[in-house]
Ligand binder design. Sequence first.
Ligand SMILES: C[S@@+](CC[C@H](N)C(=O)[O-])C[C@H]1O[C@@H](n2cnc3c(N)ncnc32)[C@H](O)[C@@H]1O
Length: 210
Amino acid sequence: MSADKSTSWSYAENLPAEDEVLLRARERSFELGVTPVSQGVGAVLTVLAAASKAQTVVEVGAGAGVSGVCLLRGLGRQAVLTTIDLDVEHLKAARQAYLESGSPANRIRTISGRAADVLPRLTDNAYDLVFIDADKANFPKYVEQGIRLLKSKGTLVVNDALDKDRVSNPAARDATTTVLRQVGKSIREDDRLVSAMLPTGDGLLVAVKK
Ligand SMILES: C[S@@+](CC[C@H](N)C(=O)[O-])C[C@H]1O[C@@H](n2cnc3c(N)ncnc32)[C@H](O)[C@@H]1O
């Protein structure tokens, strides 16, 4: 990559100006040892939520609420965000961020538990957007569940899809990179989806269910 390309990437990542609500949520993420979505990814989530006019969203991996606040900011007044996390301290911090963002509590459903147990309990073809940002080893399961949950024209978003630039390197064969490489391939080759890989953050894989 040229030095200019790298500079442009950093420029684009840092363009979104974040307010106090997001900065505090980032601070709490840091204190809890959670890695929140990047500024660029947060901005893309807001745009995707708005562009898709999503009414029903599932997030796998609430963390301390950075991505949830970004999603909520793109959603309409009646939309509902369902967010899942197995760590109750993370969910508590996420609820604080949602509260500070001014989103009504009845628009947010927080579910504590392992995503692999929770997702199968959610209704088929009922969601407009599914965002995956939890334990990477289980991404293949979450993607399959996500496709099941999405309505036709619903949007699937997978965070960290380039795994810190390792997915593109064939010599990188650690377990996480291999899973993410396979997730990318399976989404690209899935006839039920159209997809695109955005280089935002650590890679944001976006797909729409036909
Ligand atoms: C990268 S952080 C999510 C960050 C969040 N999306 C944000 O931008 O603020 C991953 C989260 O997934 C949660 N997690 C890890 N394994 C999980 C599992 N099996 N089921 C549900 N949540 C899980 C962790 O507790 C952590 O809060």
